[in-house]
Design a protein around this ligand. Structure first.
Ligand code: BGC
Length: 378
């Protein structure tokens, strides 16, 4: 009996082994890890997009690791390398610095990781895809919003502005390491240049603001106002942080001039509702964030998105030394002024009614969307 049992042991053991093989696929079904790497969480939109992408990835059964790098490219590269070590199979990246991030990304891709450049390009052809918004259109909308507010509609209709009385215009641009910054600037210049050539607009200062930081923008604008003896008629600022910084410096000198922004942040749209900021650009990340997750899902499953188009990296960076191509997708943007703020921001639910109209007297507010009749909302 005992002998019989001992003879059975190897049989049982091999059965256990075979069973473990059958059970193995359960282990293989452990959630696949996806990394989210952000330059910072100071820009309000990144926090929202982190939440949207985390939820969308988890809903698809992925595990998520998310980190922000407090604007430090070295920290961001270390975080990316750590995600690879932890076993991440894909990483969605908002790069602090397009060139610096390329090193960590190339190492990750060499390990077989799928990398999506999110909103900001990374200067390497190794990324699987780049998803962003129309960058030139953003700049176009900022400049045209400011010109319209100045009463300039075209070269024959320039209102009070002329060669003898040109608009003294200030430009506050984004962080120089952000590949987007030069394209926003190019989009603005596309609109402004004909007026500059005609002598109707004079660009009196043009400055990049490190980290897109509002406090840095206040200081820059204060210095510009001092050197201009406060003779400034308009500010084209590349995002809401910079526009709000400019508005602070202007208000301290009791100046009120058209100012642009970007992102339709809560402080930005509240400033428009108060009649301070002139124009912002809505980039609906509620659309882009889930699309980035779809891209990850497709690439991990060996598929691709037919909407992606191939671009030369040199064209996407303005750097001729860079070779190779990148698959990219540009989503549409919307110019927002006081005229369409209610429809585009409040009714669409992009920002909450109470946030948009914070500190604005009840009597001066439009009705809440749920109370509004279709006529009242238009
Ligand atoms: C983004 C903007 C944002 C800025 C600062 C840019 O790359 O496109 O939407 O305001 O970075 O974070």
């Amino acid at each position: 009996m005992f002998q019989k049992m001992t003879r059975l042991v190897p049989v049982v053991l091999s059965m256990v082994f075979l069973l473990s093989l059958v059970v193995m696929p359960a282990q293989a079904q452990d959630p696949i890890l996806v990394g989210l790497s952000f330059s910072d969480f100071e820009t309000p939109r990144w926090i929202q997009e982190n939440a949207i992408m985390t939820a969308a990835l988890e809903a698809k059964g992925y595990a998520v690791v998310s980190q922000q790098a407090s604007h430090d490219p070295v920290t961001q590269n270390n975080q990316i390398a750590n995600m690879v070590t932890q076993g991440a199979k894909a990483i969605i990246i908002v790069a602090q610095d397009a060139d610096a991030a390329a090193t960590a990304v190339e190492d990750a891709v060499a390990e077989g990781v799928v990398v999506i450049a999110y909103d900001r390009l990374i200067a390497t052809p190794d990324i699987s895809a780049y998803i962003t918004f129309g960058l030139i259109e953003v700049g176009n909308g900022q400049a045209s919003g400011v010109l319209t507010a100045l009463g300039i509609t075209d070269l024959d209709n320039t209102g009070e502005w002329s060669v003898d009385n040109p608009v003294q215009l200030v430009k506050l641009e984004g962080d120089p390491g952000d590949n987007n910054a030069k394209f926003f600037e190019a989009g603005q210049d596309e609109i402004l240049q004909p007026y500059v050539d005609a002598g109707i607009v004079e660009i009196v200062a043009r400055q990049n603001i490190a980290n897109w930081d509002e406090t840095n923008a206040v200081t820059a604008m204060e210095n510009i106002l001092t050197s201009q003896n406060n003779e400034v008629d308009a500010v084209v600022a590349a995002n809401d942080n910079l526009g709000l910084g400019a508005l602070q410096a202007l208000a301290a000198q009791r100046l009120s001039v058209p100012v642009s922004g970007q992102d339709a942040t809560i402080p930005g749209v509240n400033s428009i509702a108060r009649g301070e900021m002139t124009v912002t650009i809505l980039k609906d990340y509620r659309v882009m964030a889930p699309q980035a997750v779809e891209l990850v899902d497709m690439f991990l499953n060996g598929e691709t998105d037919p909407d992606l188009q191939e671009y030369n990296l040199s064209d996407l960076t303005g750097n001729d030394a860079l070779t190779g191509t990148v698959l990219a997708k540009y989503l549409p943007v919307t110019q927002v002024t006081i005229d369409n703020l209610y429809e585009e921001i409040v009714v669409s639910g992009f920002q909450g009614y109470d946030d948009v109209y914070q500190d604005i007297p009840e009597a001066d507010r439009p009705p809440r969307p749920e109370e509004a009749t279709p006529e009242a909302a238009s």
